[in-house]
Every structure is written in C-alpha cells, then in structure tokens.
Design a protein around this ligand. Structure first.
Ligand code: UDP
Ligand code: MG
Length: 322
C-alpha cells in the first residue's frame, strides 16, 4: 500500500452469495487495478451465509491482500451487516455495494470524482430497475410516498444503499446504535453534502434475492416507526373525531327518545358502532404496540452483532472494535 494515497473501502454485505462473489471480485479487481490514484480495501461481510460464501471469501483473500473479510457470528440481516462493516472499514471513504452486481462497480470512479469535489454522500439513484416485477416497483413507490408524507427527514426515492460515504458520514452513522436500523433513512438523517448520480439498475447476476414480501413489510414498518411518531398522532386525532361523532350521535338518540319515546329496533346501528369502534381500537393498540416494541428492543441495549472473525484472527466477545 502506498502511503500518500487515499484509502477507499468497498463494503460488501453478503448472505448466501457463492454464485456471484467470484464475478464480483473480477469486476472489482478490474476497477481497483485501473484506478491507481487510490489504495483500495474490499471489506466483505459474511452475514452468516449457509453456503460456501465464507470459504470463497477466504480464498479471495489468500489471492489478494486488498481483501478483508468480516465473519458475523450468525445471520443478522443486511442493515446490521452494513453497520458491522462500517465499524471495521478503514478507508477515508466507504462505498457500500450489493454483492449481486445489481449495483455496477463501474460507477465508482464517478462517485470518487464527486467525493474529490467535496461531496460527503454520493448516492446512486436508479433510473430503471430491470428484473423486478411491476408489483415490487409499485409498492415501493407508494411506500416512499407514504413515508415521505409522514416525516420531515427527506427520504431519497429509488435509492438503495449503493453510495459513497465520506469518513465523517461513516463516523456519524457509527454513533447511531439503534438495533432496528433503517439505514436508508439514517443516510438522510445525518445530513452533510449530498450528490445524486443516476444509473440503470441491472438484474441480479446470479443467485437469488434474499428479500421476500414479509421482509419488505417488516422493513417498511421499521422505516416508519423509526422515523416518525405521526401514526400515534393520527390515532389521537382519529380518536377525538370518533368520540365527537359518538357524542353527536348520543345527543341524537336522547332527543329522539324524548320526542318519540323508547324505540326497540336499533340492532343494526348498535352492531355497526360496536364493530367499527372495536376495529379502530385494535388497530391503534397495534400502532402503540409497535412503538412500545421498539422501545423495548432499544432499552435492552444489546450489542448490534457479534464477530466470529476478522480476517484470520478469531474474535472473542468483541462486537465492536473501538
Ligand atoms: N444481504 C445480507 N444479509 C441478509 C440479506 C441480504 O447481507 O440477510 C445482502 C445480500 O447478500 C446482497 C444485499 O444484501 O449483497 C442485497 O440483497 P438482495 O440482492 O438479495 O436484495 P434485492 O437486491 O433483491 O433487494
Ligand atoms: Mg439484489
């Protein structure tokens, strides 16, 4: 490694990516060899893969010492794999990229140019998404709309985790130790100078997507509950409106009874009111429960992850290299 050059870390979270890692390495190697103005470190984070991902990482490192790997003690999920990687990244800037080559490494030189111009967070926005169903695109679009309408933090649309972060952004993100992370929102939340670049998102090079609708729904709820408490506000407002309506209806019934005497029929209206209110109450109990659950997880204050080994060294009980 040459001393006077800046170090660029390429951070790759990987879970069951045996099919793509060799391809990814070839693309990254070409890139690193071509950009001689920088020193490179590739930090591969093995997120508890169940296939040969980890042994491929070890093999790659034996060939090329620019590669470092981090082996988590089990599968923690991409959000946690990313913070683990940020904790261990040594670079003056860190580029986060998916292992599956959906994010073309060829965009990195352009990111580096903007970084040299002084931007702290150069993020890649998708112009198109190949190989994804219209339903996924549609739901993701609607979700961003809803999330954005609820929070003042600007959430970037059509942007994944593919981005370059200056060291100071990395240090900022490292200070945020919440356990149910919604990194996409955190990138915006920390602020700093942002620059958007556009690209066409390729389909996955090989292997299978790790996301299913259950994961996505969970991540979406985490996104909302970690960035805004406005659902709690809504429940209060709706509660007020419903009780107001209930009060008016009560007056109507009293007056009707005074004028017309006691009326026995009324089964339908009673049932409607009971069922409607019961439903509304259950929904908002659920909303409150979501926030309570988050508070519960955060107060436990558990470490975010455990490291099995960093390169050849075994780590014992070190969840955080400080
Ligand atoms: N990933 C991970 N841990 C997980 C799930 C996914 O580190 O529990 C990584 C995965 O290996 C890939 C990236 O996160 O590098 C994005 O995953 P994927 O391509 O499956 O998601 P998609 O692009 O389909 O949204
Ligand atoms: Mg992918």
């Amino acid at each position: 490694m040459e001393e006077n050059k800046k170090l660029v870390t390429i951070l790759v979270p990987a879970y069951n990516e045996e099919a793509v890692l060799p391809m990814l390495y070839d693309r990254l190697k070409a890139l690193m060899d071509a950009n001689t103005a920088y020193n490179f470190e590739v930090l591969l984070v093995n997120d508890g893969s169940k296939d040969k991902t980890f042994s491929i990482m070890q093999e790659l490192r034996s060939k090329d010492k620019r590669i470092n790997y981090l082996n988590l003690s089990r599968n923690f999920g991409k959000e946690t794999a990313m913070i683990a990687g940020l904790d261990y990244a040594k670079g003056d800037c860190v580029i986060i990229i998916d292992a599956d080559l959906q994010d073309p490494p060829e965009l990195i030189p352009e990111m580096l140019q903007y970084w040299e111009q002084g931007y702290d967070d150069v993020y890649a926005k998708r112009k198109s998404r190949k190989g994804e169903t219209w339903l996924k695109k549609f739901t993701s679009k609607m979700y961003y709309k809803v999330l954005q309408s609820m929070t003042k933090v600007e959430i970037q649309k059509d942007t994944g985790d593919f981005r370059l972060l200056d060291r100071r952004c990395v240090e900022a993100l490292k200070q945020i130790r919440e356990s149910q992370r919604y990194t996409k929102g955190l990138f915006s939340w920390i602020g700093y100078n942002k620059k958007e670049i556009l690209y066409d998102r390729d389909p996955r090079a090989a292997g299978q997507t790790k996301w299913n609708y259950r994961n996505l729904v969970n991540l979406s709820i985490d996104g909302i509950t970690s960035f805004t408490t406005s659902p709690l506000r809504w429940s209060a407002i709706l509660g007020i409106l419903v009780s107001l309506a209930g009060f008016i209806y009560m007056l109507v019934i009293i007056i009707k009874t005074l004028v017309n005497g006691v009326e026995v029929p009324g089964y339908a209206s009673t049932m409607v009111v009971i069922l409607f209110l019961g439903g509304v109450q259950l929904i908002f109990l659920g909303v409150i429960g979501e926030y309570l659950g988050r508070a519960f997880y955060e107060t436990k204050g558990r470490p975010l992850y455990f490291i099995e080994r960093y390169n050849e060294e075994k780590e014992t009980n070190l969840s955080l290299k400080k």
